[in-house]
Design a protein around this ligand. Structure first.
Ligand SMILES: [Zn+2]
Length: 221
């Protein structure tokens, strides 16, 4: 009997764990549904992963790997990752690994076949990056999302920059009470000075450049 969609979803939610990013979780479930509509049965095998778990994975295939005073080296197994603790998107809940299941849903199929590639394709449509596209170490089960932190999607802004983000910056500086000019989307000397004053008042490095810390501080206004 063909595995039920709910079964694949329930197992995947369990495997992704509580630390998974909500957007990634939602997108993963959508991935499972869209694949199911094409008679492709996908299950998520892992999502969030703690630092110690990452250390244990990194230790696989390596003679020795010490993390927080413990040796995780296990040369009897093959190398599965080049990411140390803190270097994998799994550690931040923004990556998932998938596998295809047989029609009954009781056996994993690890062949990177046409169906597998189709799942990767759907994943990319949903905004994931696929480990199978990596040039160095191909990681076929791996899908990850970047730029989920709103601060990382806003650019660093310097004097001379123009555009919508500069306008947003000027508006925030105005609300914060540091800018009285017109919000014209041009980062000139007056905007820069307002930025420096704002940074000084918020104990940020007062360089007149809007980086992630400054954007975050401006979010309060
Ligand atoms: Zn992965």
């Amino acid at each position: 009997m063909t595995v039920k969609l709910e079964t694949l979803i329930d197992r995947s939610i369990t495997n992704m764990r509580d630390g998974i990013n909500p957007t990634v979780k939602e997108s993963a479930l959508e991935l499972i549904k869209r694949a199911y509509d094409e008679n492709i049965y996908v299950q998520i095998t892992s999502g969030y992963r703690g630092m110690e778990e990452q250390a244990a994975l990194y230790g696989q295939g390596r003679e020795t790997y010490v993390y927080n005073g413990k040796d995780y080296g296990d040369p009897t197994k093959p190398i599965v990752t080049n990411a140390k603790p803190g270097q994998s998107n799994h550690n931040f809940g923004t990556a998932i690994d998938f596998v295809l299941m047989n029609d009954d849903g009781d056996r994993a199929i690890w062949d990177v076949n046409e169906k597998w590639k189709r799942v990767a394709e759907i994943g990319k449509e949903l905004g994931f990056k696929w480990g199978g596209d990596w040039t160095s170490f191909k990681d076929y089960p791996h899908l990850e999302m970047k730029d989920l932190n709103p601060n990382s999607s806003r650019p660093m802004l310097h004097v001379g920059d123009t555009g919508e983000f500069v306008k947003q910056l000027q508006e925030a500086l105005t609300r914060a009470g540091f800018f009285t000019g017109s919000c014209d989307g041009i980062l000139g000397e007056m905007t820069k000075q307002a930025l420096i004053n704002f940074q000084e008042a918020n104990n940020l490095s007062a360089d007149g450049v809007a980086g992630p810390m400054t954007w975050e501080a401006l979010d309060m206004y």
